[in-house]
Design a protein around this ligand. Structure first.
Ligand code: PGA
Length: 232
């Protein structure tokens, strides 16, 4: 399974170095992707871990103060990039157009986009889950070839589930992931949102899930080890 670890804006310098030390004690056959904040990314050894970034600029390298270009990510051997996380869509007002541009940039440099999609609580209550996800998916993948679509990873993350401890029922997750796979038949789909070493027992029975995107849990190595053990 693919397990993407989204550190968000956590871990100061020394904490991250300690994290890497502890991380090196994990033994698993699952494909772990560490997505540290940009400032920690350069301290990671890409020969030892699969590295992901949490964002990329829509611009190429050049005069764009404060931006991190895809060329720079490539030079640090970044293999994956999270795109369109709901926190960025909300806090940075990241648009569908920007998300699409980022995916195009990444594909050019052979970095795998991990595209986050998901509905708000209100959208769910209004019965708009599929409508929202379809819009996000079609916009993000516009103009991509079949191979490019298959190379992406989709992370289905209900926005109301992120960091809240609330999770959709297995029936709902299965229905939604099946819907995503109908639009993108051979693309891997992860589930993200409040996954823990405890509730994994229930979620892991959904066989069509290809992996998980972990936020809070990604920072706790011992709990992460417990979760990985349950997935073996
Ligand atoms: P969470 O975050 O696991 O803390 O809910 C998931 C995410 O935002 O990717």
């Amino acid at each position: 399974m693919i397990i993407a670890l989204n550190h968000k804006s956590n871990l100061e310098k020394e904490e991250y170095l300690k994290y890497l030390e502890d991380f090196s004690t994990i033994k698993t056959n699952h494909h772990l992707i560490v997505c540290p904040s940009f400032i920690n990314l350069g301290q990671s050894n890409p020969d030892k871990i699969h590295l992901g970034s949490q964002n990329v600029s829509t611009y190429n390298s050049g005069a764009h103060t404060g931006e991190i270009s895809v060329q720079q990510l490539k030079s640090y051997q970044v293999e994956y990039t999270i795109v369109g996380h709901s926190e960025r869509r909300q806090e940075q007002k990241e648009s569908l157009k920007e998300i699409h541009q980022k995916i195009i940039q990444l594909q050019k440099y052979d970095i795998t986009p991990i595209l986050c999609i998901g509905e708000t609580k209100k959208e769910r209550e209004e019965g708009k889950v599929e409508e929202i996800l379809e819009k996000e998916l079609l916009s993000a993948t516009e103009g991509l070839t079949k191979e490019q679509k298959e190379k992406m990873i989709i992370a289905y993350e209900p926005i109301w589930s992120i960091g809240t401890g609330l999770i959709p029922s297995n029936k709902d997750i299965k229905k939604t992931i099946s819907f995503i796979k109908k639009i993108l038949p051979n693309t891997k789909v992860l589930y993200g949102g409040s996954v823990t070493e405890e509730n994994i027992d229930i979620i892991k029975t959904i066989s069509i899930i290809d992996g998980y995107l972990l936020g809070g849990l990604s920072l706790k190595i011992e709990k992460l080890k417990m979760l990985l053990k349950k997935l073996d």
